[in-house]
Design a protein around this ligand. Structure first.
Ligand SMILES: [Zn+2]
Length: 445
């Protein structure tokens, strides 16, 4: 019995000393981290428990001070943080004396302090550094009115005056800083807009220049061709001059020729897709539309199987592959086109595969189709500087089922990164169109 009482007493003594020990043990500040949203700088101290604290404002330079009492700073905490925000330039933390940890925030703003449970150390002190409320910027606070709740009530009236003045000064500086920032931002935006416009103008001019050069080149070739042909004519015409002139005109230009162009794929059928996602159906259409312009400028009648990103068959996505291909042949056959050109881009599993191929179907207009495929393939290689993969026979539906000289041209390999880039660039598209155009001229020449 006596032993039990002694044991109980001992236990009570031990437990109470543990409580006393726990209560008097200082809070340990184990980390300081911060975030900056522009409108607010939030400083978070990871602390082992809540403790008393004091706020102070000091001038020259303006700084906000938070003293944590009965607290120690862990040696692992980084002592200085450069925030660089107008709200808080720099944050420092240190063991101010044996029982006080001091946080100094270089700032002209207001602070709002509160505690939160949790975090890696069990407890967090949050110090929000926020803009000075606008009421301080416009109204002169009367010394007699009570100060904001954050002001410790222990201050005497003259301390309050000083603090209000300091706040006014901080508010004024903050407003100035904001105005300066707004002005800078405005100037920056105006500059950006100016640069954007200049860039657009430059791009527009470059495009005009490219088009002008392409036109010049076409005219030069046409002139050369005319001169070459005039040279070949016998000096003593064998027939009436007007007949020769007529023949010449027929030979020299594409006037009156009906040319069917078939941009491969379209709509729900993208065709092959390049390593950066360029789609065959887009390349073929872009080239076809440029080619159409070139041919029309020379007086040709151009029949396009499609001029937008769509299927040719009226059945759209529901059309079978054969229906879709037959629809393309029908366009050319119904128009009684002189030639049919189906434009495609090649693709292969090995990305190094490259070059240009001309295809023909042997039994359709036989030698004429071979010549058409050959002329276009050659002129294309010359324009876009691709290696030739030759002119080859094939069994492709569109060249087999068209009634006129027909070719399917594989411009280059969309699966090859370099050739994909070529075919997707505006210059590359123009060159492809020019190459096919040159081949057509050659064919009719
Ligand atoms: Zn294709």
């Amino acid at each position: 019995m006596y032993q039990k009482i002694l044991l109980a007493l001992l236990l009570i003594f031990l437990m109470s000393s543990v409580f006393v020990e726990a209560a008097s043990r200082p809070a340990s500040v184990q980390n300081l981290r911060y975030s900056n949203t522009g409108e607010k700088v939030r400083i978070v101290l990871d602390v082992t428990k809540e403790c008393d604290y004091k706020e102070l404002y000091l001038e020259n330079p303006s700084r906000l001070i938070v003293d944590l009492e009965n607290a120690v700073l862990s040696s692992s905490v980084q002592k200085e943080h450069l925030v660089g925000s107008p709200l808080a330039n720099r944050i420092r933390i240190g063991q101010f004396n044996s029982t006080t940890v001091r946080v100094v925030v270089e700032s002209m703003a207001e602070i709002n302090i509160f505690w939160l449970d949790g975090g890696p150390s069990g407890c967090r002190m949050v110090i929000d550094v926020i803009e000075v409320p606008s009421v301080f910027q416009n109204e002169k606070p009367k010394p007699s009115t009570p100060s904001t709740p954050s002001t410790p009530s222990t201050q005497n009236p003259s301390q309050k005056d000083d603090e209000l003045k300091a706040r006014e000064e901080r508010a004024r500086k903050a407003a100035e800083e904001r105005e300066r920032k707004e002005k800078e931002e405005k100037e920056r935006k105006a500059k950006e807009e100016k640069e954007r416009k200049a860039k657009e103008e430059k791009e527009r001019k470059a495009k005009e220049e490219r088009e002008r050069k392409a036109k010049e080149e076409r005219e030069r070739r046409a002139k050369e061709e005319r001169e070459r042909r005039q040279h070949q004519q016998p000096t003593t015409p064998s027939g009436p001059t007007s007949e020769i002139d007529k023949d010449l005109e027929k030979l020299m230009t594409l006037k009156g020729k009906i040319i069917a162009i078939d941009p491969g794929h379209g709509g729900n059928d993208a065709g092959a897709i390049g390593p950066t996602g360029v789609m065959e159906k887009t390349v073929t259409l872009n080239v076809a539309l440029e080619l159409e312009k070139l041919l029309k400028a020379e007086g040709a009648t151009v029949i396009m199987t499609r001029r937008t990103d769509k299927t040719v068959s009226p059945n759209g996505a529901k059309a079978s592959a054969i229906e879709e291909l037959q629809a393309r042949c029908d366009v050319a056959n119904n128009a009684k086109a002189d030639i049919f050109i189906s434009i495609h881009a090649d693709s292969f599993t090995n990305p190094t595969a490259r070059g240009t191929t001309g295809y023909y179907y042997g039994e359709t207009e036989g030698p004429m189709s071979i010549r058409l495929a050959d002329c276009i393939r050659k002129a294309l290689c010359e324009q876009i500087k691709t290696p030739s993969r030759g002119t080859k026979p094939c069994n492709f539906y569109v060249v087999r089922n068209t009634d006129m000289a027909a070719t399917l041209i594989e411009l280059a390999f969309i699966s090859n990164p370099e050739e994909e880039k070529l075919m997707s660039s505006p210059e590359g598209v123009l060159k492809c169109a020019q190459g096919i155009f040159d081949g057509i001229e050659d064919f009719f020449g």
